[in-house]
Structures are given as structure tokens and as C-alpha cells.
Design a protein around this ligand. Structure first.
Ligand SMILES: Cc1cc2nc3c(=O)[nH]c(=O)nc-3n(C[C@H](O)[C@H](O)[C@H](O)COP(=O)(O)OP(=O)(O)OC[C@H]3O[C@@H](n4cnc5c(N)ncnc54)[C@H](O)[C@@H]3O)c2cc1C
Length: 278
């Protein structure tokens, strides 16, 4: 097991120079793993450099051990909730640590010395060969200045009373309400993680997710629809003042003191009527 430490002294902080220099350092190191202090210059360039060098890279590594002829690294996932110990077969495996931890991690291992980053010599002047027109882009559904946060949950994709899903109708109801009310769109995690939603609800993505592992919007009012109101979601509502929810389930999380008003009803029908009235 050859583990080396990267000496980053020659990095310039300029992406175009640092990527080839880091790639050369990784390729020439002839090491199974390289431990790299994750300075801002490193973090900017290391992903592209590892790709160029045919290496694999992991960041935020908190410890490295050797066990049974393998290198085992540890890092936290899911916002410091799950600590994972894992290994890779890749040679070279680039392990980026917090700079303050690199000494401690390397000190606990038998390392084969340092790898120096060569002095970067790549040209930085970029020649312009033409202009690629950007697409028109879609309208953003995240509106921090809106008065209302409208949250869509996974219920919009579930089979309804007739035993079928109604994704087109759901998308039309949500989009229709956003257009008429000017509300900002939030989502539960379950909805943005769903492939069927990704296909039909092209106006939203993971950035709309509200909650513990999502955002914490600050709208004065919030209206939740088809979202159960579980704690990991509702914690993202802590700055939302007046809260209302529409849910088929009278015992949903919102009804457990998490919303001011819960309308027990079918959000498809409620939002259709609301859109007609607006
Ligand atoms: C560590 C961790 C972090 C997490 N972080 C987040 C996070 O940041 N954000 C987040 O949202 N979740 C998060 N979760 C997941 C969270 O616990 C829930 O699983 C998730 O919020 C459930 O999403 P949902 O309420 O949309 O879906 P479901 O739980 O599937 O609820 C769907 C709801 O829709 C209702 N419904 C169905 N049809 C209708 C209808 N026609 N009219 C009205 N209501 C209807 C149902 O009654 C049900 O209440 C996290 C979980 C963990 C473990």
C-alpha cells in the first residue's frame, strides 16, 4: 500500500494552471492513494485533475486506515448523520481532507513521503473560437421575495381515489397556482427524489426541497399540499409564520400542531377550485 501526501506549495489558485499541474502530480505519484489538504485552490481543481489523471477522488475525508490490504477512508454523509467507512479499487485514490486534519491523518499512517505539485506552466490566455448561444432557460420557481411559499409533496404523484395517478393534472394545478399567485415553490424530499416527478414536473428540482436536508425559506405564509408534514420536512418551515396544509389524512404531521390550519380534503379538487377563483 503506497500512500503519499500531496505538497500543494506550487499551486497558483488559478484553475487553468492548477488542473494540469495536479493531474501530473497524481499521475506521476505512482501511489495507491494520495492524501490532499483541501485548500480552496485544491478543491477548485482536484475533481477535474483526478479525472484527467484517471484517478478517483473523495472529499471531506476525516480518517484513513489500512485494513486487510485495503485503504479504508471515513467521511460523514447526509449532513453529519451517517459516518461511512468505505474503500475503492481505483489506483490512484485521491483523498481530500480538511487542511487542519491532514497532518493528523497522515501521522497515523505509514506514508511513502510527499508528492510535489509541479510548477504550473499551462498558458492562461484563453483564445475565443466562437460564441455558443445559451438556451432561453425556464422561469425560476424559487422566489424568496414572494409572500407565500407553496409546498408540493409526494401525494401529487400517488394513486388517487380512482386507483390511478394524475401527473399531468397535478403539474397543471401546481403551475397554474404559481402563475396566478406568484408564490414560491417548495417541495418535500420525497417528491423531488421521484423519477416520475422529475419527468413530469420539469419546473422543479432538488433545489426546491425544503427541510432538514433542504432549504429553510423565510416566507410570511406557507401552504402545503399533498405533503405529510413529517419533522425532517417541517423543520425547514421554522421561519415561515402562518402555516396551512391540505391533506387527505386528518392525522397527518401538519395536524399534530405543525400547521395553524389543516384542510382535510383532496388537494386536486381544492387547488382546482382555488385556481378557478384566482
Ligand atoms: C435524515 C433525513 C433528512 C430528511 N430531510 C428531508 C428534507 O429536507 N425535506 C423533506 O421534505 N423530507 C426530508 N426527509 C424525508 C421526510 O422524513 C419524509 O419522508 C418526506 O418529507 C415525505 O414527503 P411527503 O410528505 O411529500 O410524502 P409522503 O410521506 O408520501 O406523504 C404524501 C402525503 O400526501 C397526502 N396525499 C395524497 N394524495 C392527496 C390528495 N389528493 N390530497 C391531499 N393530500 C394527499 C397523503 O395523505 C400523505 O400525507 C428526511 C428524512 C431523513 C431520514
Amino acid at each position: 500500500m503506497t500512500i503519499k501526501i500531496l505538497n500543494t506549495a506550487n499551486l497558483s489558485g488559478i484553475y487553468a494552471k492548477d488542473v494540469p499541474a495536479l493531474a501530473a502530480a497524481i499521475a506521476n505519484a505512482n501511489a495507491d492513494a494520495i492524501i490532499v489538504p483541501g485548500t480552496s485552490a485544491v478543491r477548485r481543481a482536484i475533481g477535474a485533475a483526478a479525472l484527467r489523471a484517471g484517478a478517483e477522488v473523495d472529499t471531506n475525508i476525516t480518517s484513513v486506515k489500512t485494513s486487510g490490504g485495503k485503504i479504508v477512508a471515513e467521511r460523514w454523509f447526509y449532513r453529519q448523520r451517517i459516518l461511512a467507512a468505505f474503500t475503492r479499487t481505483a489506483k490512484t485514490w485521491v483523498l481530500v481532507t480538511d487542511p487542519a486534519l491532514t497532518g493528523e491523518i497522515a501521522g497515523a499512517l505509514e506514508t511513502a513521503g510527499e508528492v510535489a505539485v509541479p510548477v504550473p506552466d499551462a498558458p492562461t490566455a484563453t483564445a475565443q473560437e466562437g460564441i455558443v448561444a445559451a438556451g432561453a432557460g425556464g422561469e425560476s420557481t424559487i422566489k424568496p421575495d414572494a409572500k407565500l411559499l407553496f409546498v408540493a409533496g409526494a401525494g401529487w404523484t400517488k394513486k388517487q381515489a380512482d386507483g390511478a395517478t394524475h401527473l399531468d393534472e397535478a403539474a397543471a394545478a401546481i403551475k397554474g397556482f404559481l402563475a396566478k399567485s406568484g408564490a414560491s415553490l417548495g417541495s418535500s424530499k420525497s417528491l423531488v427524489d421521484m423519477p416520475e416527478a422529475a419527468a413530469k414536473f420539469d419546473f422543479m428540482s432538488h433545489v426546491n426541497q425544503v427541510g432538514q436536508t433542504g432549504s429553510t425559506p423565510r416566507h410570511a405564509k406557507g401552504l402545503s399540499t399533498c405533503c405529510h408534514g413529517e419533522e425532517p420536512h417541517v423543520v425547514g418551515w421554522r421561519f415561515v409564520g402562518e402555516r396551512r396544509a391540505v391533506n387527505l389524512d386528518a392525522n397527518c404531521g401538519w395536524a399534530q400542531g405543525k400547521a395553524d390550519v389543516v384542510y382535510v380534503g383532496d388537494a386536486f379538487e381544492v387547488m382546482k377550485k382555488v385556481n378557478e377563483l384566482l
